[in-house]
Write a protein that binds this ligand. Sequence first.
Ligand code: PLP
Length: 382
Amino acid sequence: MKLFDVYPINPINITKAMGSSVWDDQGNEYLDLYGGHAVISIGHTHPHYVDMLKQQLDRIGFYSNSVEMPLQRILAEKLGRVSRKEDFALFLCNSGAEANENALKLASFHTGSKKVVAFSKSFHGRTSLAVAATDNPAIVAPVNETENIIFSAFNDVQALEALFADQGDQIAAVIVEGIQGVGGIREASEDFLKAIRRLTDQHGAVYIADSVQCGYGRTGLFYSHDYAGVEADIYTMAKGMGNGFPIGAISVSPKFKASYGMLGTTFGGNHLACAAAIAVLDVMEQDDLMKNAAEVGAYLIEKLKTFDQVLEVRGRGLMIGIELPAELNQVKKNLLLESRIFTGEAKPNVIRLLPALNITKAHADQFLEAFAEQLQSQTATV
Ligand SMILES: Cc1ncc(COP(=O)(O)O)c(C=O)c1O
């Protein structure tokens, strides 16, 4: 059997990792500022994380949600504290798409309505409703197409007001990323998030904060949406939550009433997943990683803004987009193959930095130096 060929891949086989370093099978070391797509939050193979997982695996790895799960309660208690949502409730699942799917479903159960507002350049995942709410027709299969999703322009308060004036009584939810990731690191303005809060309140709809990529402390606050000073009804999360162990969740406002059978999962919240997520929160708290993300991120953003060739630097904390002109389209590739630094990308020519939250200023300087070299060498050849 061969692999179903759905990914363009880099010709690199990573066999070892530690902190923000990874090594290939030839022994070459790379600086990882991508974290496997914003997943590595506390650094690769963190000793506390490895210990917790090994010890848990020795005791029990999995049982379903039909028995007492004290680890889930410990996780909920820690997550409530670190995210400052102690009165919210936790539902555990396995991925970001699944978190959004559950959030949308809950919003529809709660309101009895069917329509969902999503925004231009949004990405919410690849499962049925999550992909329908994703602004990329190329990844929406005919069976996912639905009239229940209404797209509106991102950061356009007037367009959203007009939409609610017209169809507000049918809207179950508005789903929005605090900073669009796949869309190119574009931050939702504070006015826009405040308008979402105001309009959903006025019309009895649910405000869903997709924090799968921009959340989990990456920007310096646990949820980047909270910079706007208003609270969402449901926060969805995944990526950084398990530092590579698949886990996702929704954090649900006390205004929602749970009932048996409303949501469910076989694997979600299993023992190993909880141990991974607890270890992540332990390290985030002990090492004050949100503060580090804010500080190193602000340093990187400030320095990146000084490069003449850079068109725009966007983002917050350690979620950074560097927009380059079309002719400098080899910089990302050369950073990887020549400077041995992993970064992410967004179309058409945005370099995305999504490193672990404990990268140091020295890592930032290593990147800045390599970036300057690559800009110079490509500028010389165009
Ligand atoms: C904002 C956002 N939401 C949802 C998802 C889907 O997450 P997953 O791939 O874990 O299903 C992603 C993945 O990139 C994302 O960036």
